[in-house]
Design a protein around this ligand. Structure first.
Ligand SMILES: [Zn+2]
Ligand SMILES: [Zn+2]
Length: 369
């Protein structure tokens, strides 16, 4: 083993433009693996890091957090995985030892160890990335917009090599977040009615997970007509343009409101609308990530009618459990990954994909290495 030089998308500090540059990807230490990235999605959260609205503990960072690849080398003491294995990168992995983890609530793990892993710091306190000779950090501990990445063993989930890596990279963030919002957070049941505000890379997955959960009415709301067409292919039974009187249009479909309403845009003011669209006893879920410090106002009385206003950290998933479930849905034909990919691009074209975030007519751009 020796240090590998890799091309990577580096963000020197929040609020600046990222650059394509060479980084040193150091050897995996104990309990770590180095992977050759095969594909990485370009997600809205990468855009938030660039804008400076996503809090970063340390920088510079290598962007990208929705990746899949092949294990290139393994560090000391790594078990259950070997060179050549295909893996999906997992963002947030429970520590396994804190109070929440011990109580079987690993999806709520918030230990210092988990936060350290997500900031790209290894157990020994160092990172495995160097940029211009200085320490750099992989975004969410994975930094997948790079040719190689050294990550903790727990942050890679092995998958069958027959599964397409350019599709399964999306399982790491957009797909699992949408799936988890439906299955783990709102707990949509057969026959439920569902409203989804925002039909992009995560929203399309909320829609297809709601279909998989047996929802009978699925209303998609988006500002971009092509995304509404896409929403239909993922299972939306009704579509509403965001420029319309959304409350009125949805009242015409579900007069008493919906059993589950998902905000997948990240605009705090939309959450107030979402709550007003939620049926008595229903769930209103904030899936989109609002800017840190933003405030919302709503009639607090609304909550007296058993409505549940729910937060959703990445779909409240446990990657080792939920990625396996996604594989089962994919094999059963109820999880469409190919349809999420609007463009397959090279790393040199990543800037165009970043510019298109929030404006594109498709769900995802995927960088294929
Ligand atoms: Zn993401
Ligand atoms: Zn824990």
């Amino acid at each position: 083993m020796s240090t590998i030089k890799a091309r990577a998308l580096v963000l020197e500090e929040p609020g600046t433009q990222p650059v394509l540059a060479e980084v040193d990807v150091l050897d995996p230490g104990p309990g770590e693996v180095r992977i050759k990235i095969a594909a990485s999605g370009v997600c809205g959260t990468d855009g938030h890091a660039i804008e400076g609205t996503h809090p970063l503990a340390r920088w510079p960072i290598v962007l990208g957090h929705e990746g899949a690849g092949v294990v290139e080398s393994v560090g000391e003491g790594v078990t259950g995985i070997g060179v050549g294995d295909h893996v999906v990168c997992a963002l947030a992995v429970p520590c396994g030892t804190c109070r929440q983890c011990r109580r079987g609530l690993a999806e709520h793990c918030n230990s210092a160890a988990r936060r350290q892993a997500m900031s790209g710091v290894m157990a020994d306190g160092d990172s495995r990335l160097r940029y211009g000779g200085e320490r750099a950090y992989p975004f969410f501990g994975v930094g997948t917009l790079a040719e190689y990445s050294t990550v903790r063993r727990e942050q890679v989930i092995p998958i069958d090599p027959a599964l397409p890596l350019d599709e399964f990279c999306l399982a790491g963030c957009g797909v699992i977040t949408g799936y988890g919002a439906v299955m783990n957070v709102a707990r949509v049941r057969p026959g439920d009615s569902v409203v989804v505000l925002g039909a992009g890379g995560v929203g399309a997955n909320v829609i297809q997970a709601a279909r998989a959960a047996g929802a009978s009415t699925i209303v998609a709301v988006d500002a971009i007509p092509e995304k509404l067409e896409l929403a239909r292919t993922f299972g939306a039974t009704h579509v509403v343009e965001a420029s319309a009187d959304v409350a009125k249009e949805i009242a015409a479909i579900e007069p008493d409101g919906a059993d589950a309403v998902f905000e997948v845009v990240g605009k705090p003011e939309l959450l107030t609308l979402c709550l007003s669209l939620t049926r008595v006893g229903g769930a209103c879920v904030m899936v989109g990530i609002p800017p840190v410090g933003s405030k919302i106002t709503f009639d607090a009385f609304t909550l007296t009618a058993n409505r549940r206003l729910l937060g959703c950290r990445g779909g409240a998933v446990v990657p080792a459990r939920d990625i396996e479930r996604l594989v089962s849905l994919y094999r059963g034909g109820t999880l469409n990954l190919a349809g999420l990919i609007g463009r397959r691009i090279g790393l040199d074209d990543v800037f165009g994909a970043l510019d298109a975030l929030g404006k594109s007519t498709f769900a995802r751009s995927v960088v294929v290495f």
